[in-house]
Design a protein around this ligand. Structure first.
Ligand code: S3P
Length: 433
């Protein structure tokens, strides 16, 4: 088990190239494998979650060269070219991999078994299994959790479906299944979620893409290989943005960060709290909006987080909570019960960790109240959750003394170079043996 220790520092400065977007990297591998012809990827995230997706497609007979310094070459096998996996498909810690692959494999003419680590085996799969069953898939779970035993498809039927939860993973699973179904699959979301699958589906085919609901996929869509350049991950950038915001005297530049409007609510929320974030050089790369960011430290004040921002900042609440604990007054988060079924129960993990550092918090079923104060010193649990570990590592830059964070090994699932990059801009974070 890796433990890290983060100590107070004096300002965050310089330029940081954040790792590539995890969600887009997964989808690039999936669409590249299903396309006819070669897909060449630059700046793929070489984090464990994405490597699990790469390994899954190799296990199904797809020739993939790399990744090597972010370059990946996928020899696509076409929509019907996957082979039965030689062994169980182990997706490690990656919820995105297992849910998207459940949708894809539900439509294949072979059986498969998807599994993962202890955390993944506790995560709810009914949200994909139920609608996929309505399309005609036969999938057996273990009390609604992985492993998932997916039977050989006897044919899927397109359908119209209203997602009960705002989940891009569920939406994407159904869009992928829709590629193997008769007719159209039409999806309605309760709130807009990240639209990388829709953008990429359009980029790899002649399917139309438009922002918002309803979202469509169809059995007659075919895919052809592309060149894809993956932007920097705003979810990873968020840790460094908050570090520079809360640590006095900071001035940090973050070039090449993705700001897809379905992902960038974190910038709006931090802006409302008082963060000083300049966005420049907005551009489109591989059909995704990208920009350069500059962040300077600023005094923060508590806010009520707008309900409509929750789905589009769902991965950023652990680090937003650190900003809130450095703000004056109360920050209130509600409508975020999805946080309870992420890599850990992120409401409980944040409340417990901030409490251990002396911050006044109140836990609610769907959120939390945080009253800003002085972050103390001590030990916190990350519950094996990469984003909890990195959030408390950032808290250490303004705490009264060192913060020790347990079970931090999963940082490499999304941000493999977090320690060296954080230290290069002025944080003081190290592994403890
Ligand atoms: C993701 C969707 C979100 C997010 C996860 C990545 C994706 O999950 O939390 O980190 O790539 O589609 P949900 O769909 O469960 O909200």
């Amino acid at each position: 088990m890796v433990e890290i220790i983060s100590s107070p520092t004096r300002g965050i400065s310089g330029t940081a190239i954040v790792p590539a977007d995890k969600s887009i990297s997964h989808r690039t591998v999936i669409f590249g494998a299903l396309a006819d012809g070669v897909t060449e990827v630059s700046n793929l995230l070489e984090g464990e979650d994405v490597l699990a997706t790469v390994a899954a497609f190799r296990n199904m007979g797809v020739a993939i060269e790399g990744p090597d310094a972010g370059e990946l070459r996928i020899s696509g096998v076409g929509k019907f070219g996957l082979q039965a996996p030689a062994r169980d498909v182990d997706l490690g810690n990656s919820g995105t991999s297992i849910r998207l692959l459940a949708g894809l494999l539900a439509g294949q003419r072979f059986a498969s078994r998807l599994t993962g680590d202890a955390s993944l085996r506790r995560r709810p799969m009914g949200r994909v299994v139920d609608p996929l069953s309505q399309m005609g898939a036969v999938i057996k779970s273990t009390d609604g959790c992985p492993p998932l035993d997916i039977q050989q498809s006897k044919g899927l039927a397109g359908f119209e479906y209203r997602l009960p939860v705002a989940s891009a993973q569920v939406k994407s699973a159904l869009l992928l299944a829709g590629l193997y179904a008769t007719g159209n699959t039409t999806l309605h979301e309760p709130a807009p979620t990240r639209d990388h699958t829709e953008r990429m589906l359009a980029g790899f085919s002649n399917a139309q893409w438009h922002a918002g609901s309803p979202i469509r996929s169809a059995g007659d869509i075919t895919l052809s290989g592309q060149r894809v350049s993956v932007p920097g991950d705003i979810s990873s950038a968020a840790f460094l943005i908050v570090a520079a915001t809360i640590c006095p005297g900071s001035d940090l530049r973050l070039p090449g960060v993705g700001i897809n409007p379905t992902r960038s609510a974190v910038l709006d929320i931090l802006g409302m709290i008082g963060a000083r974030i300049d966005v420049s050089a907005k551009r489109l790369e591989s059909n995704e909006p990208v920009c350069d960011l500059r962040v300077r430290s600023a005094p923060l004040r508590g806010i009520d987080i707008p309900a409509e921002s929750v789905a589009n900042a769902i991965d950023e609440f652990p680090i937003i909570a650190i900003a809130a604990s450095a703000a004056s007054g109360l920050t209130r988060l509600r409508g975020a019960s999805e946080l309870r079924v992420k890599e850990s129960d992120r409401i409980a993990a944040v409340v417990q960790g901030l409490g251990a550092l002396g911050i006044d918090t109140v836990e609610y079923p769907d959120g939390m109240d945080i009253t800003g104060g002085s972050l103390g010193t001590g030990s916190v649990e990350s519950f094996g959750d990469h984003r909890i570990a990195m959030a408390f590592a950032v808290a250490g830059c303004i705490s009264e003394g060192p913060i020790e964070i347990g079970e931090a090994e999963n940082i490499k699932t999304s941000f493999p170079n977090f320690l060296p990059l954080a230290n290069s801009i002025g944080l003081s974070v190290k592994e403890q043996s």
